[in-house]
Design a protein around this ligand. Structure first.
Ligand SMILES: *Cc1c(COP(=O)(O)O)cnc(C)c1O
Ligand code: SF4
Length: 343
């Protein structure tokens, strides 16, 4: 009895005085930006993982909360493989392009993309908290697209087009902007009468849960627009208790949470992993939305999964999960009016 009381006290003491709340900006500053240092922290060497000799012009950054979910001394860790520049990146493969989904052809203005009816996508920044080696925008010329003048122009474009009812904040990662800047942009969109929904495509809270600050959650829950946050989680190991607690708090505040994944060879290309991912997402108040078939972007062909293999995984998931936990398997086909289901 006495020891339990003592334990209770020490926990209270620890939470009050010893755990310093690290904010998300500090987390970004402390992120790994050198693959060699990350490997050393994981008890691995460059030879263990076939490290690329350079990053091919695409930055390297991995926040520590994400690293804490990696297994030590495992060169095949599914989180590590998503971020590690491997020698395969230097291999040129025909058919793998700089702009695999035709983003450049669908610009309404430098920062505003529209491919589909009723929704437009705003590129707020090219920066990300984590750089995923398979990113389909890894070669996107963000410097020409971002910046406040382009954002203002995009807001004007949305204001003058009554057919747009949903604005999607994307990038890069839109949550790289600070809370005040985001609140200001969201306020301007909320003032546009024909908009109904605000959607944010982000991976930042997955890698740094502290990014869901009270201020951000308040902004998203108080705006007149219905708020949807689409996360990007590929593997169940990315979800730990801290992230689950954070996401449940957002859901309680009235923010709709969805997830999209990319089907990645050697990382999540099997039904066991994706079933577990769906279960873990749901336990964190997140519904699985899309599994994207790999967009053939140059430098990342080693992640591609064949369409027959993807179809088999989708069928296996359907056979074992309730329908609402089965994400839609889609491929983006340039020129189509929606993401295309692979049936
Ligand atoms: C993928 C994408 C969307 C979102 O499509 P949904 O099917 O609504 O999730 C919107 N705009 C662009 C430009 C996209 O690439
Ligand atoms: S977080 Fe998203 S935009 Fe940034 S590198 Fe990863 S996939 Fe690309």
């Amino acid at each position: 009895m006495e020891s339990r009381v003592n334990k209770g006290w020490s926990m209270i003491t620890r939470s009050r005085w010893q755990i310093k709340q690290v904010d998300w900006v500090e987390e970004l500053r402390a992120a790994y930006t050198d693959p060699q240092l990350l490997l050393a922290a994981l008890n691995l060497t460059a030879d263990d993982v076939d490290l690329a000799t350079n990053s091919g012009g695409f930055p390297f950054r991995v926040p520590r909360p994400f690293v804490s979910r990696m297994r030590r001394a495992d060169p095949h860790d599914p989180l590590l493989l998503q971020v590690l520049p491997r020698a395969d990146e230097m291999v040129e493969v025909p058919g793998y392009a700089l702009d695999p989904v035709g983003d450049l052809d669908c610009r309404r203005s430098p920062a505003l993309l529209q491919k589909y009816s009723g929704r437009a996508l705003l590129l707020l920044t090219g920066g990300c908290a984590i750089y995923c080696r398979y990113c389909f925008r890894r070669h996107f010329p963000y410097a020409q697209a971002t910046g406040s003048a382009n954002i203002e122009r995009a807001i004007e474009d949305v204001r003058s087009d009554r057919t747009i009812s949903e604005i999607i904040l994307s990038g890069g990662d839109p949550l790289m902007l600070d809370d005040d800047t985001l609140a200001n942009i969201i306020e301007q969109f909320a003032a546009i009468g024909h908009l109904r929904r605000l959607r944010i495509h982000t991976r930042l809270p997955v890698t740094v849960p502290a990014r869901f600050t009270d201020a951000l959650v308040t902004t998203l829950s108080r705006t007149r627009l219905d708020s949807v946050v689409v996360l990007h989680v590929n593997h169940p190991n990315e979800i730990d208790d801290e992230l689950t607690t954070t996401l449940r708090r957002c859901a309680r505040a009235g923010i709709h949470l969805l997830n999209q994944s990319v089907l990645l060879r050697g990382i999540n290309d099997n039904a066991d992993i994706l079933a577990k991912l769906s279960e873990s997402l749901f336990a964190a108040s997140v519904l699985p939305y899309y599994v994207h078939l790999f967009d053939p972007v140059a430098g990342a062909a080693h992640f591609d999964v064949s369409e027959p293999a993807a179809r088999a995984i989708a069928a296996a998931l359907r056979a074992r999960l309730p329908g609402y936990l089965v994400p839609r398997f889609v491929r983006e086909v340039p020129g189509e009016n929606a993401k295309m289901p692979i049936a």
